[in-house]
Design a protein. Structure first.
Length: 141
């Protein structure tokens, strides 16, 4: 075995927490436009509210924040779940199922990050997936 299960699962937990923390910094960082075009774009993203139907009117910035918060919380949830199951010395079969579910979920997240975003979220999503894959393989063998 390349590394023990403990190495891989702690790597996943730490990477998930760091990803959530780093991503949450985007909520306090203020975007500053570099030129007039960016200024106009940021103004429209924050102030123009689209009619979503059903009496809901949201700006693109509001939608982006909602999705961004979900990204942060899915990583917090994954880390908490892994840490929780470390405590009672969970059986191998439970770990296999739990890690398989996480591999599917975080694999889908990685796919969409690679398809629609930029390097930092792609890299951290890839690292989480790698640590989860290592955990799954080390607990399965």
């Amino acid at each position: 075995m390349l590394f023990s299960f403990s190495f891989w699962i702690w790597g996943a937990i730490i990477t998930q927490i760091l990803t959530a923390c780093a991503h949450s910094l985007s909520f306090i960082a203020k975007q500053k436009p570099a030129n007039d075009t960016e200024k106009q774009m940021l103004d429209l993203m924050g102030n123009y509210k689209m009619n979503m139907g059903g009496g809901i009117h949201r700006s693109f910035k509001s939608i982006f924040i909602g999705v961004s918060i979900c990204y942060t919380f899915i990583y917090i949830f994954g880390a908490m779940l892994n840490w929780f199951f470390l405590k009672p010395q969970t059986e191998t079969e439970i770990w296999k199922g739990l890690l398989l579910i996480q591999l599917i979920i975080f694999g889908i997240v990685l796919f969409f990050q690679a398809r629609f975003t930029f390097w930092p979220p792609i890299i951290v999503s890839g690292l989480v997936f790698l640590f989860l894959l290592g955990s799954y393989l080390s607990v399965s063998l």
